[in-house]
Design a binder for this molecule. Structure first.
Ligand SMILES: Nc1nc2c(c(=O)[nH]1)N[C@H]1C(S)=C(S)[C@@H](COP(=O)(O)O)O[C@H]1N2
Ligand SMILES: [Mo]
Length: 299
């Protein structure tokens, strides 16, 4: 494919720009663009991604306020360099790691994932990141470990929401070890060929696409291996509404609203709601992790 007329990037919307750029890369090779060619992942969806503006302008990040536009307005004050991550618990190589050392050598891929918030809205997000399993292999998980716990930074001077008692800080999340080792589970370092915006969880955040968005703990400063199911922020806050597993499940409603459908951000006023898919559409990959478990009890 060749272009007869030069494309003017300003003529197209970001979503079209994204698709055109992919076609160009395929046709002409990476030499045309300065963007490093990232490995294509078999785990990516073909759904058209949301725009960068949507993904970085409509966020949940209570450290910066509870409004969807608060994180974009307030998160630029967070200093993400230098960044230290504490690795502790049942690991062979515990320590306080400079982020660069901790993730050195882990292959970064693009993963275009569906994202489903527990509040029944969704997006398609082109993350860049590495498989959490690679990091866990590096730090040496001991045989006794059964869970991974994560904590977000506590720095009220730069995270104004932490001066308010909205949640108990630090924000905490956790995964069972088999969930953490699953190839779909990534730590994101960027999106849309850019470093992760602060409001999306810079410098590193968890992404588990078959689970509700609140599992995706942002600005991670601690990774602990344990043999006990870790406490998680939303479960501590309202155990009857937010369980440990948080698997996307249209058959199990939230006590205050249905989970059967979702609103795709950016789809327009008249687009209508979409049916929510069990495990957010990733059932072929992850359903076997929960064989024999009652998912209405283990929500
Ligand atoms: N530290 C921290 N991580 C967090 C949250 C938060 O408030 N604080 N919100 C969660 C929720 S409810 C969602 S839906 C996702 C939103 O991620 P996004 O803003 O990148 O779309 O982040 C999750 N991670
Ligand atoms: Mo969410």
């Amino acid at each position: 494919m060749t272009f007869k007329t030069p494309l003017r990037w300003s003529d197209v919307t970001p979503q079209h720009l994204y698709l055109n750029r992919r076609q160009i890369i395929a046709a002409a090779g990476a030499a045309l663009l300065a963007t490093p060619a990232l490995a294509k992942s078999k785990y990516s969806t073909d759904d058209a991604p949301n725009t960068f503006e949507e993904i970085s302008g409509y966020n949940n990040y209570y450290e910066f306020g509870t409004g969807k536009e608060d994180p974009a307005a307030n998160a630029s004050m967070l200093k993400t360099d230098p960044w230290t991550v504490k690795v502790d618990g049942m690991v062979d190589n515990p320590g306080d790691y400079a982020l660069g050392d901790l993730i050195a050598g882990l292959p970064i891929e693009e993963r275009i994932y569906r994202f489903r918030c527990v509040e029944a809205w969704s997006m398609i997000i082109p993350w860049q990141g590495f498989q959490l399993s690679g990091l866990l292999d590096k730090i040496g998980v001991q045989p006794s470990a059964k869970y991974v716990a994560f904590e977000t930074l506590v720095r009220p001077e730069e995270m104004p929401g932490q001066k308010m008692g909205i949640l108990e800080w630090p924000y905490r999340e956790g995964l069972r070890l088999d969930e953490a080792m699953h190839p779909l589970t990534i730590i994101a370092t960027g999106l849309y060929d850019k470093p992760l915006p602060n409001q999306n969880g810079a410098p590193i955040r968890l992404v588990t696409p078959w689970k509700y968005g609140f599992k995706g703990v942002k600005a991670i400063v601690r990774i602990s291996l344990t043999d006990q199911m870790p406490q998680t922020t939303w479960n501590m806050m309202a155990a009857n509404e937010y369980g440990f597993f948080a698997n996307v499940n249209p058959e199990v409603d939230h006590p205050r609203w249905s989970q059967a459908s979702e609103r795709r951000i950016g789809a327009g006023l008249f687009a209508g709601r979409q049916d929510t898919l069990k495990f957010n559409g990733y059932g072929d990959e992850v359903a076997s992790l929960y064989a024999g478990m009652d998912l209405a009890q283990n929500y």
